[in-house]
Design a protein around this ligand. Structure first.
Ligand code: URA
Length: 198
């Protein structure tokens, strides 16, 4: 196991040992930590696992996940190129929205995941995930636009996108989300160029 894998496994163990969100843990079948390439340039952050994700223990494998995979393909990527996780790592009962306290309780573990993976961009999917990093901002005003910020000891770049589940059956949002998705590799090469100039 690589050092990164060992550190990520440690986060899973710590969530269980620290009894994070015990009510959710009681009703959930699995702790859904994340999936994909731990050396990825992009980490996607959703809200919380749904029914299928809870059953299998992997994020974004239901209808929203299928749409996410299609958009990745449109942007020339596969799931093996990126890392995908959620803010809240247990399924909330009946897929209700994660509570503010639940999001807060999982924050330190998400910060640790990002600190280990160190992606070039962090793509938040939906309002809940964006609020975490950019509270009080409307997603309609900044979707697709890279936002530089500090998280823990690191400078990170957040790109807020709409949630695939919200865009799935809304033609307008769907087109916007696909357009934003296609820009992701471009955003990364712009950031790479800026870094080279520094
Ligand atoms: N929606 C999310 O936000 N996360 C998942 O893992 C699945 C659906």
């Amino acid at each position: 196991m690589s050092k990164k894998q060992t550190l990520l496994e440690q986060i899973r163990a710590d969530i269980i040992r620290n009894n994070v969100c015990p009510d959710l843990a009681k009703t959930a079948k699995n702790l859904v930590m994340g999936d994909g390439n731990i050396d990825a340039d992009i980490v996607f952050i959703g809200e919380a696992p749904g029914k299928k994700e809870d059953e299998v223990g992997l994020p974004f494998i239901g209808a929203a996940g299928k749409f996410l995979n299609e958009m990745l393909a449109t942007a020339g990527m596969t799931r093996e190129d990126v890392y995908i996780t959620n803010i809240v790592k247990y399924r909330p009962p009946n897929n209700r929205d994660p509570l503010p306290q639940e999001k807060k309780d999982f924050l330190p573990y998400l910060v640790r995941q990002l600190d280990i993976i160190r992606p070039k961009i962090v793509v938040t999917l939906g309002r809940h995930s964006m609020d975490y990093f950019l509270p009080g901002i409307k997603i309609s005003e900044i979707h697709g636009q890279p936002q530089h910020m500090t998280l823990g000891d690191n400078q990170i770049v957040i790109v807020p996108l709409y949630h695939p589940a919200a865009a799935l059956y809304n033609g307008g949002l769907r087109a916007t989300l696909i357009e934003d998705f296609i820009q992701l590799p471009k955003i990364i090469s712009i950031l790479d160029n800026e870094k080279e100039k520094q």
